[in-house]
Structures are given as C-alpha cells and as structure tokens.
Design a protein around this ligand. Structure first.
Ligand code: PHE
Length: 461
C-alpha cells in the first residue's frame, strides 16, 4: 500500500538525521538548561546518557525502520504481530506520533522567534545598533512575546516552510534541503565557536561547563530527557528516517556519526553562549538572566554588537538557529505525515497539508501562552508552551524510548537485530554484544529508575 514513500540517496540519511538531531535543542535549550542545572555535572550526566542510552536506542530505532520500511505505527503493528503482546505494541508507535504532533506544535512557535530575530538583527546591522536599542532589548522581547498576532504569524510562517519542504518528498525535499543547510550550519557554528576563544568570558565558560558539583534527581531526569530530545529519539523520528534507507547502509556507523555530530554541535553551542554570557559582569548577569530561557533573545543580541564583526555575526547566528530548527521540524512533520502515507494510503501533498494545518492549530494556544492570554500563560505555573515541553521531553520521549529499548532488546529476534546491524557494516558488528546488553538492561533500568526516583521525590545528591 506504500505508494508515496520515497528513499534517501547516498549520505541522505546521515545529513537528514543529523539535521533532525541538531536544532533548537542544541542551541536554545541545552545552554539554558545547563545554566539552570549548574553546569558541569549536568553536562557529564547528559554525555553519559547520550553514550549509554541515546546511542543504543538510536541504533534500535534505525534498525526497526530499515527492517520494516515503515514509519513507527506501521512498524510496531507489523513487528508486534509476531511478538508477545501482539498489536498492543502499536501503542508505542501511536505514542510516537502523538509526541511528534505535540513537540512540533510548540517547537514551531519558538522557531518563529529565531526568524523574527534574524530580521531584527539584519535591520540593526544595516541601520546601526544604538545603546538605546541595547537597553530596551528585554522589554522588546517581552512585548514581542505578548503580541498574539505576531506569535501566531511567525508560527504560521514556520509551519508553512516546514510543510513546503516535506511536501516535496524525501529526495527532492528533505534530502535536498538538508544537504545544503547542514554544511552551512556546521560552518557558522564552528566560526562562532572559534571566535569565542578571544572573548573575555571564554575561560570562565569552560570552567562552568566542566566544573562538577552536586546534582538533583530532577536534573538527572532533565539530562536524560534532553538526550532523547536532542537526538530526536523516543518518538520514532529515527524509525521514520531509517525506513527510507536500504540494506547497503551501515546502521551502526550512521547512528554513531549522528550522535557524535549532535553532541559536538551542542557543546559548541554551549561554548559560544557561555563565552558570551560570562563576558557580562556578574551583577548584571544575575539580573538580566532572571528568565534564562530567553537569554538567546534578550542578552545575546546586545553582546553580539560589542564583539568584533558582531554586525555580521548576529544575523548569521539567528539564521543558523532558524535553519537548524527547520531541519528538525521537517523530521517531526515527516513522522506524522508518513503515518497517513503508509497506513491510510494518502498522497504526500494531502498528508502534509492536513497534518501541517492540524499541528498549526494545536500550536496556537502555545503561541498565546507567552503573555497574550493570561489564562494560557499561567497554565500549570509555566504556561501551555512550558507545560507541553516539560511533558514531551521529560516524560513522553523517555517513556517511548523505554519501550523501544524493551522491544528491540527482549521481543525482537536476536538474529534479526544482528542481521540488521551487520548488513552494510562489512558483515559483522563487533559491538553487537555491548549494544544488546545496553538495550536489554541499561536503557530500560536507567529510565525506569530515574522516573521512579523523580515520582517518589527522591534525590541522588
Ligand atoms: N532534536 C531536535 C532538537 O534538538 C528536536 C526533535 C525532537 C526533533 C524529536 C525531532 C524529534 O532541536
């Protein structure tokens, strides 16, 4: 029945999967949650989570996708049939689809901010950045957040861009766009990273990122949740992309490259952000960072214009963030769209248009929860957008990942998983035993233990 699916060409998977992984999670979220969770220890737990939980689940997802040539719901329906538990396993696919829907609805709102700031920085670069503009940055961002029509407008703009790329399909949409964007993105971030070596805050930034101190249980959940979020795991994005590759591609190699690239990009973003942040005197830092999630838009532009080449770097930086977000949103939409193509037999155009519109509508309350509507902004103490992000990254993704690990480790035939990991990898995969041990024991136990500890209000300190 799969009519309008498509396939990746050579390198297409790696670029698209890396594009999915590197996004707002690396550039907007990772630095600010590292800041909130005290730096070094958080980074260390995150790195351990990437290696011990993220990487093995990445291989699991890609192998499920490649083996079934189906997106998450179809893949679990098909594989579940012969496993204990039967079609109930398709619930994992459904959870993934719903999670993709939820994440994209608010992710696109934040992605819209980066487009707005790209435009703003461009005009500051052209017209001059005055001290008045610098003083009013925080207020200007606050006013922008409270402006409902603008929030909805930029959210709509980003959804339209996403729908456009996805509607062109795997090879001429997703692969083509990521092939152009990924090298640009990596070069800009590298340039900024090298540039930050000369900033006065560089030394302190490095100390902060690598200084290990005490850690709370909630921070461990946050670090593990972030590992899932930043690697696009736990909801089947990698199952979906894996379903577009053939048996000649090495799953372990592709998975490792994506994990490594994502981690390097996240660390680079941290170095860039903290070098800038620590260039500001401490007293000022404490007052202006009262809401650390907004550093990217309130403090950063001002500091940019004090840096050498700042007028050039600042619009470039927001362009980078917007592009990184776009290569992620297309993967989120593709998960939802591929369900309608695989299981409902819809054409790609119809599926993208309908799914994209529904997700846009679902994002409207999130867009209005930043001050435009007080009821939505006060929801659950953090507003609709904050609540959706917390729910999706810290709960839905780790729970999805838990079941994906259990399924590949305990319910899929060992010879099947071995074959999938070895084919395209020279016929043997030396770390197969390690991978299997991690997905059977380490991933599920670690996730279950962390959730148990957080639910019970326990502390690891
Ligand atoms: N990995 C993306 C980021 O870091 C977000 C994402 C999550 C994309 C889940 C797809 C699936 O921004």
């Amino acid at each position: 029945m799969a009519t309008d699916r498509g396939t990746f060409g050579r390198m297409g998977f790696i670029l698209a999967a890396a594009g999915s992984a590197v996004g707002l999670g690396n550039i907007w979220k990772f630095p600010y949650i590292t800041y909130e969770n005290g730096g070094g220890s958080f980074v260390l737990i995150y790195l351990a989570a990437v290696l011990l939980i993220g990487a093995p689940i990445m291989l699991s997802e890609v192998l499920i996708g490649r083996h079934t040539q189906l997106s998450p719901i179809g893949a679990f329906l098909k594989l579940g049939r012969t496993a204990f538990g039967g079609v109930a396993w398709s619930a994992v696919g459904w959870l993934g689809g719903v999670t993709g829907f939820v994440i994209l609805s608010y992710y696109s709102v934040i992605a819209g901010w980066t487009v707005y700031y790209f435009g703003k920085c461009l005009s500051w670069s052209l017209q001059g950045f005055s001290s008045e503009t610098a003083d009013g940055l925080g207020d200007a961002f606050g006013a922008f957040l409270e402006n409902g029509p603008l929030q909805i407008g930029f959210h709509a703009f980003f959804m339209i861009a996403t729908v456009t790329v996805v509607s062109f399909g795997i090879r001429s949409g997703i692969e083509k766009v990521t092939k152009i964007l990924m090298p640009i993105l990596a070069s800009i971030l590298l340039l900024l990273c090298v540039n930050s070596i000369w900033s006065p805050g560089f030394g302190e930034a490095i100390r902060f990122i690598f200084h290990v101190g005490p850690i709370r249980a909630s921070s461990v959940l946050e670090a593990v949740g972030h590992a899932f979020f930043t690697l696009s795991l736990g909801m089947g994005a990698m199952i979906t992309y894996g379903s577009y590759i053939g048996s000649k591609q090495s799953v372990p190699r592709a998975g490792a490259v994506v994990c490594l690239f994502d981690t390097v990009m996240g660390m680079a973003a941290c170095i860039v952000m903290f070098s800038i942040i620590f260039s500001v005197p401490e007293a000022e830092r404490l007052t202006s960072f009262s809401r650390s999630s907004t550093i990217l838009f309130t403090t950063l532009p001002r500091i940019f214009y004090d840096l050498p080449f700042g007028a050039l770097l600042s619009p470039l930086f927001y362009l980078l963030v917007a592009l990184a977000a776009l290569t992620s949103t297309i993967s989120l939409l593709e998960v939802v769209v591929s369900y309608f193509i695989d299981l409902r037999g819809w054409t790609r155009k119809r599926a993208t248009l309908i799914a994209g519109s529904a997700i846009f509508l679902m994002g409207v309350p999130a867009a209005l929860s930043l001050g435009a509507s007080s009821a939505l902004s006060d929801f659950a103490g953090v507003g609709v957008l904050g609540a959706l992000d917390y729910l999706a990254s810290n709960w839905m993704l780790p729970i999805g990942g838990f079941f994906i690990a259990i399924f590949t480790g305990w319910f899929l035939d060992q010879s099947l998983t071995r074959r999938e990991l070895e084919s395209g990898h020279g016929g043997s995969f030396a770390l197969f035993g390690v991978w299997r041990f991690l997905v059977r024991f380490v991933c599920p136990l670690a996730i279950a233990w962390i959730i148990w500890a957080v639910v019970g209000g326990r502390s690891f300190a």
